[in-house]
Design a protein around this ligand. Structure first.
Ligand SMILES: *Cc1c(COP(=O)(O)O)cnc(C)c1O
Length: 436
């Protein structure tokens, strides 16, 4: 790195408080200054390139510097950048709501700018729905062990990551976590489906006893991403749908990470053939270009708020709700899905990647798993500090991967080519074979 870069980095570490980081660690671990992006590649100021194997925290679906998304934003910029969405409306937000509802079957879209806010909105709406129906006692939320739904106080209450949660425990609302259907937790002789059914039964038992006080159950469909890419059988979601219907509990599908093709279908819930009462979307929704999130819900929920009385309405708001530029990026992203047969092309890429992985042997790994365009494995006997060492060793080899504990995962942009897949896998093997 040049000395010019060095000062730049020092300035960043002094003035920018980076997310999900102990800033003191950056005394030893330099920040990576990114000058530009192109396709799956990020480039620093010295011209060194890094393959973005995590889609810039799971948001970038079609690569950096995508001409179609860029053009859509520029065109929108000439028309209208943003307008207050209370009392006003605009073409991109209407179009996006209509197109999303034709994809999810949920007709009413409420917007925010990030995933955690979408979680907050779904929780508040669910509670308020029951309240509008005279069932104020339904004021608790259920989520799953090892679930992640964001880190604002409300969303952290339903998140189950000790590292993020324990410090703030006294600020959080109590919530209950049901057993995770993660198939790695199956008992001896039990397959993924049987284990999912066993977890669903436990969920059913809990809900049967406590439904009078429960507003909603929030889950990440098919893959619990933030806690190590835990994957599970879709039968679990089918059973939850039945249980929630039987006991009048809302089912919230947090598809913030898994939505928009990541699990192989446009939305993960499709693989269980269920429709949730609320779906939370964000991350990939704009192709990774601009912050946007949305909560979609049913006619029935919407109707419960529709009244002459203002306090029966949903008064929640964010300044940038329904931002026109972000909506135009989302529309361009949906256009790419519609025009380019993305899901089929992803299927072929996934088959290619799996074929390469099948040739892996003699590596200290276990539980190799794949759902759609997500791959993960756990490193056996990893030593303390593995996560940091792997991250740095991969970066040196031009590959951006961020292990979670001893889990290494790939979540590349969908435009990754076969030779880029080869590069990603070769560098990963090389790092695993170095003594880390
Ligand atoms: C990332 C994520 C969130 C939070 O989204 P932010 O935009 O980071 O607030 C919520 N739920 C899931 C499943 C996520 O992966």
């Amino acid at each position: 790195m040049t000395s010019g870069n060095q000062t730049w980095l020092q300035r960043s570490a002094h003035s920018v408080w980076h997310p999900c980081s102990q800033m003191k660690h950056h005394e030893a671990l330099p920040l990576v200054p990114v000058k530009r992006g192109e396709g799956v590649w990020l480039e620093d100021f010295d011209g060194k390139r890094y393959l973005d194997g995590v889609s810039s925290w799971w948001v970038n679906l079609f690569g950096h510097n995508h001409p179609q998304i860029k053009t859509a934003i520029i065109e929108q910029l000439h028309q209208l950048e943003h307008v207050i969405l209370a009392g006003f409306t605009h073409e991109p937000v209407i179009q996006l709501s209509e197109r999303l509802s034709s994809l999810t079957g949920l007709g009413h879209s409420f917007y925010a700018s990030d995933g955690a806010s979408a979680t907050e909105i779904a929780l508040k709406m669910s509670f308020h729905y029951w309240r509008n129906h005279g069932q104020d006692a339904k004021n608790r939320f259920l989520s799953l062990q090892n679930g992640y739904h964001g880190e604002t106080l409300g969303s952290l209450s339903v998140t189950d990551v000790a590292l993020f949660k324990e410090t703030y425990a006294s600020l959080l609302r109590e919530s209950v976590q049901l057993p995770s259907p993660d198939w790695r937790l199956a008992g001896p002789g039990e397959d993924a489906r049987q284990y999912a059914l066993r977890c669903a039964e436990q969920a059913g038992n809990y809900i049967a006893q406590h439904h009078d006080s429960i507003a909603a159950l929030i889950v990440e469909p098919l893959v619990q991403c933030a806690t190590g890419m835990a994957m599970y059988h879709p039968i679990y979601l089918q059973r939850l749908r039945e249980i929630c219907d039987r006991y009048e509990v809302h089912l919230i599908a947090d598809e913030i990470a898994v939505g928009f093709g990541r699990t192989g279908t446009m939305f993960a819930c499709e693989q269980a053939n269920i429709r949730p009462d609320f779906i939370c979307l964000s991350k990939g929704i704009t192709g990774g270009y601009l912050p946007l999130s949305v909560v979609q819900t049913t006619d029935e929920v919407y109707a419960a708020f529709y009244d002459d009385n203002i306090t029966r309405g949903f008064l929640h708001s964010h300044s940038y709700t329904g931002n026109a530029l972000a909506c135009s990026a989302a529309l361009a992203t949906l256009d790419i899905f519609a025009q380019q047969d993305v899901l089929n092309s992803n299927r072929r890429k996934a088959a290619y990647l799996n074929q390469q992985l099948a040739a892996w042997d003699d590596l200290p790994i276990s539980q190799l798993r794949n759902t759609g365009m997500i791959w993960a494995f756990d490193v056996v006997d990893s030593q303390p500090g593995f996560q940091q060492r792997f991250y740095q060793a991969a970066l040196q080899r031009g590959l951006l991967l961020r292990p979670m504990g001893n889990t290494v995962y790939f979540m590349p942009p969908y435009i990754i080519t076969e030779s880029e897949i080869d590069f990603m896998l070769e560098q990963t093997v090389a790092v695993l074979k170095d003594s880390i």
